[in-house]
Design a protein around this ligand. Structure first.
Ligand code: FES
Length: 190
């Protein structure tokens, strides 16, 4: 039986004053709730623009348990993509950083994707006939993450489609310093 899911009072009771219940660190249900709710709904820092100076430069990161990658495309833009092949879910980039040239190639069946995530080529396409292969789905390429904010070169991402804007999440930056006016967490577990 779920002890914490849907029980916001039980979750609130985990922290009392300066005391933090051990379940915050070791309970699997709390971990799952964090992966489902906290990480996707928060703006997470994944890297710095200076790591992506040249076309084809990329970095990889994780948001909760979701692998992502950011790459510099030939149009000069930084694109943040799910680091997962649309065919069978294999990780596209396994290195922490590097330069992929003009495209990424999946190590499993060699589909290739441009550095903005769009599909470039599927080798031996005829071989997929009768396998349940969904051409429309494949044509979407790597899933692009829409909510990306580059603030002073720092790349932040929110996985969830709907949610607090970057400015709402962090509050207005203090004009005389680089500290944020964030006094309390903006996202909580339910
Ligand atoms: S899993 Fe990537 S091409 Fe098949």
């Amino acid at each position: 039986m779920d002890r914490y899911r849907g029980n916001s009072q039980a979750i609130a009771d985990l922290v009392k004053g300066h005391a933090v219940h051990r379940d915050v660190y070791v309970n699997e249900e709390i971990f799952e709730l964090e992966m489902e709710q906290l990480f996707p709904n928060s703006w997470i820092y994944i890297g710095h623009e200076s790591q992506l100076k040249n076309t084809g430069d990329f970095i990889t990161s994780k948001i909760g348990n979701q692998p992502v990658l950011a790459s510099r495309h030939r149009d000069g833009q930084v694109y943040v993509l799910h680091n997962r092949c649309p065919h069978k879910g294999v990780k596209i980039a396994s290195e922490p950083c590097g330069n992929t040239g003009k495209f990424f190639r999946c190590p499993y069946h060699a589909w290739s994707f441009k550095t903005d995530g769009s599909l470039l080529a599927i080798p031996l396409k005829k071989g997929y006939e009768g396998t349940g292969f969904d051409a429309d789905q494949a044509a979407k390429g790597l899933t692009r993450i829409e909510n990306v904010k580059i603030y002073r070169g720092l790349i932040f991402v929110r996985l969830a489609k709907e949610g607090l804007s970057f400015e709402e999440f962090f509050g207005d930056p203090c004009p005389r310093s680089i500290t944020w006016r964030t006094a309390r967490p903006r996202v909580s577990l339910r």
